[in-house]
Design a protein around this ligand. Structure first.
Ligand SMILES: C[S@@+](CC[C@H](N)C(=O)[O-])C[C@H]1O[C@@H](n2cnc3c(N)ncnc32)[C@H](O)[C@@H]1O
Length: 205
């Protein structure tokens, strides 16, 4: 396993509860608005893959109310919380950049604030694999980084953490090259409480 993966995995293993409390305090997080953009387009009982599902709340849980959800995460501690929080979903411990699924097995793939922990030189290939996992017409919803970051922050919620991202223009180029048509393409700043901007994308295969 690469150093970046080890830092991310042990970082979330050590900070899973802390991350959940901290993220729940972000008052202007637009996750639920963008989640609705996706769920408004999905039939009940759709197959949904949530990459980097974390503790499963709020998004995996809301998805699992109407859909058949598989959550994937690198961190065992996050998955322990997710299994408790979302008993109706299935979970698998895996690296989203290495795991494989059959072609055309999902109606939607989601990734809320998680692709930004995958080294950016691997993100284009990940988007191509996500496109393959989707049925034709399937959806990919993600909050990507957009700050040209690529390295380790020494103290993020009390632990070292690896972040990696491209510009919005490069995110767009990679998604379109993977075969997605973007129907949402919106950088949004929220306050953690410091301002942090993420590139929200909803792409159709
Ligand atoms: C910022 S948290 C977001 C969690 C959740 N999606 C949310 O919105 O609260 C990022 C999550 O992605 C997971 N993650 C990071 N890199 C991953 C990878 N390569 N494969 C699978 N999960 C990963 C982390 O373990 C962590 O749980």
């Amino acid at each position: 396993m690469s150093d970046a993966r080890k830092i991310v995995e042990s970082g979330y293993d050590g900070s899973a509860e802390r991350y959940l409390e901290w993220s729940a305090r972000i008052a202007d997080d637009p996750r639920l608005r963008f989640l609705s953009e996706l769920t408004d387009r999905l039939d009940d009982g759709s197959d949904v893959l949530d990459l980097g599902c974390g503790a499963g709340v709020p998004c995996t849980k809301l998805l699992a109310e109407r859909h058949d959800v598989l959550g994937v995460d690198l961190s065992a501690a996050q998955l322990d919380l997710a299994r408790r929080n979302v008993p109706d979903a299935r979970f698998e411990k895996a690296d989203m950049a290495a795991v494989s699924f059959p072609d055309g097995g999902f109606d939607a793939v989601t990734a809320f604030y998680s692709v930004l922990h995958v080294p950016r030189e691997e993100q284009g290939a990940l988007f191509t694999r996500i496109a393959r996992w989707l049925r034709p017409g399937g959806w990919f919803l993600a909050a990507l980084g957009c700050s040209e970051m690529n390295g380790v922050e020494d103290d993020w919620l009390g632990t070292p953490m690896f972040f990696s991202s491209h510009s919005t223009a490069e995110n767009r180029r990679l998604l379109e090259a993977a075969g997605f048509t973007l129907v949402v393409d919106e950088p949004v700043t929220m306050h953690e409480p410091d301002p942090a901007t993420f590139h929200w994308v909803l792409g159709r295969r």
